[in-house]
Write a protein that binds this ligand. Sequence first.
Ligand code: MN
Length: 323
Amino acid sequence: MRRNKREKFKVPIPFNILGDLPKDVFLAEYWQKKPLLVRGAIRNFEPPIDADELAGLALEDEVESRIVLEKDWQLHCGPFTENTFATLPEEKWTLLVQAVDLWVPEVAELLNHFDFLPAWRIDDIMVSYAADGGSVGPHFDYYDVFLLQGHGTRRWQIGGHCDADSPMVGNTELKILRDFKAQEEWILEPGDMLYLPPRIAHHGVAIGECTTFSVGFRAPAASEMLDDFATELLSGIAPPNHLQDPPLTLAMANENITPAHIAQVRNLLLATLNNDKLLGEWFAQYMTRPKYPEFVEMTEEYRTAVLTSANGADLRFTNGVKD
Ligand SMILES: [Mn+2]
């Protein structure tokens, strides 16, 4: 019997991160359907990275990071400098670092707790640090997320379902909901976890300084998949199929494009997609393609050098959460 990658490297997990809720019940009743709060998802949670280490990572060119300031909802993209951190306000800002699981093996180990979901659906673990009152604003995402509270405390509020037509705040590149109305709220302490399905409005505000670990999932849009699949087809993996006419009449020579022609177009496109082998092979490589190909190509020495440089950064947040 072939073993999959995860079985091979599986670390025995002594507890269910969903608490008392059986994993199959979660999948049937909550996954992609409704939020779930789990108190003490990881008991006595000792976050595998602290605020200073996170800030150190954000100084590195190789790491994707952002800072959000509540004032005018400013978005700044990393890499940052030590001076950036020295000049930030006392409160109401957030540092977000993407794919920390790639850089810190102890963060990657958290993924072992999510073995009830297909591994290829997982995108990354983003870790955020927020100063007191910090948030990225009320918003919604198009993907599922588990929000695991690290150090400190955060208040999470959730609202209703949103979509592309939900009104947004103007004059910022951030997608901030204009009319967020909280329907439920919880205060999360270290080791508590909130699961949110796609499109649920949410707003998390730090009460004092805190860190949050966001386990996010890959959910490509149909347009993105069609784009990538088309690129794959253009590489010549299948012979091109060309448009054919429906039965023509003389009148059609002088008509605009007819519904019969549109039907031909649709049939041709659907026939192109209607190839399980082709679609399956393309989808497998599409979903498992590395988020950061440069990271995969890096030598172990280079990675170690980046991490050493990040850890060596002399950063102290005013009231560093690790103190
Ligand atoms: Mn979110």
